[in-house]
Design a protein around this ligand. Sequence first.
Ligand code: PEP
Length: 252
Amino acid sequence: MTRKVIIAGNWKMNKNAAEATSLVNALKPLVAGIDNCDIVVCPPFTSIDAAVKAAAGSNIKVGAQNLHWEDSGAFTGEISASMLKELGVEYVIIGHSERRQYFGETDETVNRRLGAALDAGLKPIVCIGELLAEREGGETEKVLEAQLEGGLVGVSIEQIAGVVIAYEPVWAIGTGKTATPEMAEETHAYIRKKLISMFGYQAEKVRIQYGGSMKADNSATLVAQPNIDGGLIGGASLKAESFAELIKNAIA
Ligand code: PEP
C-alpha cells in the first residue's frame, strides 16, 4: 500500500507571530512544487494566524499543538476545535510526550481530544511512545498497546484512515539520540500490526510518523522503511533550510 509521506514540524513554544511569518515565507520557495509529501507546520496558538496567512496559496499546511475536547465554556486557558478551524488550521497534534510528561495528559484525555478533532474535521496526529526505562525494561510493546487501545477508543473503521500516528520514543526527543532505522521499523511494524488487529485492513492506510531527533541526514533512511510514513520534527523544523532539506531527503 502506498501512503503519502507526511512531515510535520512541531515548533513547540518557539516563534512569535513575526518569526512565524518569516519562517513560513522562507520555507515556501524551498519546498515549492513538492506534491508527494504533506508538509505541515505547527506553531504555538498565538502564531497560528500569522502562519496560516503566510502559507496561503502554498503547499504548506498549518497544524496546532493541542486542543480541548469541549467546544466552548468555562475552561480557562483552553482552545477548542472550532476556534482552530476558524483560523484555517488543518491538523492538530494530540498527546505529545511533553504534554503527557508536564501537563498531565493521559490516554483518556488524548482520546477525548481526538474525538473532538475528528468531529470537527481536523486531521489528528496522535503521539505515542515509550520512556527509556520502559524500552530498557522490555515493555515497549505493552506501553504502545495501552496507548493505542486507550487513545483510540470509539474511533470508527471509517475514521481511522484519517488519523496519523506519531511514534516518538521519548528518549529520542530533543536528545540527538535517534532510534536506528531498523529499530524504528520494528516498532512501526508492531504498531501497524496492532492497528490491523483493532481496525482491520483500513489500518494499512494509517500513516505512522517517526519522531525523535529526525534531521536532514537521517530522514532518508528512516522514511525508506516500509512502515515509516514520515516524521514529526522538533528542533530541525525551526529553520527553513534544515526543514526543507529534511523533507527533500525523505522523499528522494
Ligand atoms: C518532537 O518534539 O516531536 C520531536 C521529535 O523533537 P526533536 O525532533 O527535536 O527530537
